[in-house]
Design a protein around this ligand. Structure first.
Ligand code: NAD
Length: 451
């Protein structure tokens, strides 16, 4: 589906009109192509007094080919691909002034498509109420920068556990690479929690999923098809699953990426057993399970028949539980395995006409948050992504006025693309992302809904 308004405002006549009338001005987002450098300019790395992460982060960024600048010596006229600030040293609200001192002079120094990353300590790990208060305050700064800077600049807060390997912080590398790169084009205003645990970097960061067997449900079209393509591009062997009625589209996707196609209705009583059998006999395991298949059957609650309720809960939530149970019981997800479930911002904010859908998608968040601690010992991570307005057939069916509102009411003033959700799921699926578990990451361009 095309966003005609965005094409128009990028034309000469459109630009003039948008400026004159103060209309939304969707920037062209910086998206990833293999071989791209992480950033389009140098990164300015600053730290509050006593910060524990600036050292290891500097090492990670330099090794990733990022040119680093020091706030004490940087040229006042220079513009940056990223501003990265280690705020872990802030232990009291009076220390928040250091944020102002770092960001205020550089509010206009970030290049289009640039990145702002603030590193903090999870408030529940802080030693004193004052430290927890100051660390919680970082969210307000980061989310506001995401709304203010514009031009496709994203801003995130990364909570890094104080119990991790502070010397090298290797578990943080995958997350930093994702957030700095064009892969995170439509992710902004998020708080990502990185836990303890060292990580082994891949041999090639352009193929972070090399050799991984990945199951993608609902892979025939939309976000699932983009997922299959992105994960295969990143080196995965993809098992693409969809209903038999979508068999032709599914086969086309699987052929294009050299993957295999499985025609299966996830709600069939024997689906989990058949799927487990297929994975066991063909691959002996499944390293990554992406629960993407989903349906909507919208009606306000008073007008909703029980079939609409049941089918949405079954496809979007219960089938995920049944499949996880069988794959885990049979030991088909090995240590280092990844489960990623697709939720929705409707599961966070609720939505008129979508009680069934929002219930199922909030349930997905519950599933991830309850399963993550239980599987931590087995080395399996469990995370969810919550897409906002993504340009697919699903959103093309929304009536025009509501559709335009959904598209524009976010910091990017545009809808996301299926590839944006796929890149985010890809990051959570990387073997190097094991320190990220129990997170719900919105891919919504910092939508005002449920914010
Ligand atoms: P889509 O309708 O284009 O694709 C969903 C796919 O799932 C289809 O190919 C469909 O055949 C498959 N599927 C449905 N029921 C199935 C079943 N019983 N067994 C096997 N496969 C089944 O939708 P999409 O927009 O690509 O959405 C993908 C996921 O993202 C869904 O979980 C959806 O709820 C979620 N999501 C989408 C948006 C958006 O803006 N498009 C926003 C938030 C969340």
């Amino acid at each position: 589906m095309t966003d005609r308004y965005a094409s128009f405002v990028r034309s000469g006549a459109g630009r003039a009109l948008v400026k004159r009338l103060g209309l939304p001005d969707p920037p062209r987002l910086r998206r990833h192509t293999p071989g791209d450098p992480l950033l389009t300019g140098p990164a300015l790395l600053g730290a509050a007094t006593g910060g524990r992460l600036a050292g290891p982060v500097g090492t990670i960024l330099t090794a990733a080919g990022v040119e680093l600048r020091d706030p004490a010596t940087a040229d006042a006229q220079e513009r940056f691909g990223a501003l990265v600030y280690d705020a872990t040293g802030i232990t009291d609200s009076t220390g928040l002034r250091q944020l102002y001192d770092f960001f205020h002079p550089r509010a206009r120094a970030v290049l289009p498509g640039g990145r702002v990353i603030v590193l903090g300590t999870p408030p529940d790990e802080c030693g004193t109420p004052r430290e927890a208060t100051a660390q919680r305050a970082l969210e307000g700064l980061t989310r506001s920068i995401g709304k203010e800077f514009g031009r496709g600049v994203t801003a995130q807060l990364v909570h890094v556990t104080a119990h991790g390997d502070a010397g090298t912080a290797t578990g943080l590398e995958a997350t930093l690479r994702f957030l700095l790169s064009g892969r995170s084009a439509y992710v902004s205003g998020q708080v990502v929690r990185v836990g303890a645990g060292a990580a082994e970097p891949p041999a090639d960061w352009d193929r972070p999923l090399d050799g991984q067997v990945v199951l993608v449900t609902g892979a025939a079209r939309g976000i699932g098809a983009a997922l299959a393509r992105v994960l295969a591009r990143d080196g995965a062997q993809v098992v693409a699953l969809d209903i038999p009625a979508a068999g032709d589209e599914l086969a086309a996707v699987a052929n294009e990426i050299g993957g295999t196609a499985v025609q299966l209705d996830l709600t069939a009583p024997d689906a989990p057993a058949r799927l487990a059998e297929h994975l066991a006999s063909r691959h002996g395991r499944v390293d990554v399970v992406v629960h993407n298949a989903g349906i909507t059957r919208d009606r306000t609650l008073g007008r909703m028949d029980a079939d609409r309720w049941d089918s949405v809960i079954d496809v979007n939530l219960s089938s995920q539980e049944r499949i996880n149970d069988v794959l885990l019981e049979r030991g088909l997800i090995p240590a280092g395995g990844r489960i990623v479930s697709v939720s929705s911002i409707a599961g966070i904010a609720g939505n008129r006409g979508q009680t069934n859908y929002a219930t199922s998608k909030a349930g997905v968040i519950g599933l991830v948050q309850s399963l993550a601690p239980a599987l931590r010992e087995r080395g399996i991570s469990v995370n969810a992504v919550a897409p906002g307005f993504i340009e697919t057939r699903l959103t093309a069916r929304i009536p025009l006025v509501v559709r335009e509102a959904g598209r524009r009411m976010n910091s990017m003033a545009q809808g996301g693309l299926p590839v944006d959700v796929a890149e985010t799921i890809g990051w959570l699926a990387w073997p190097a992302s094991g320190a990220v578990s129990g997170n719900v990451v919105r891919v919504c361009g910092q939508s005002l809904l449920g914010a």
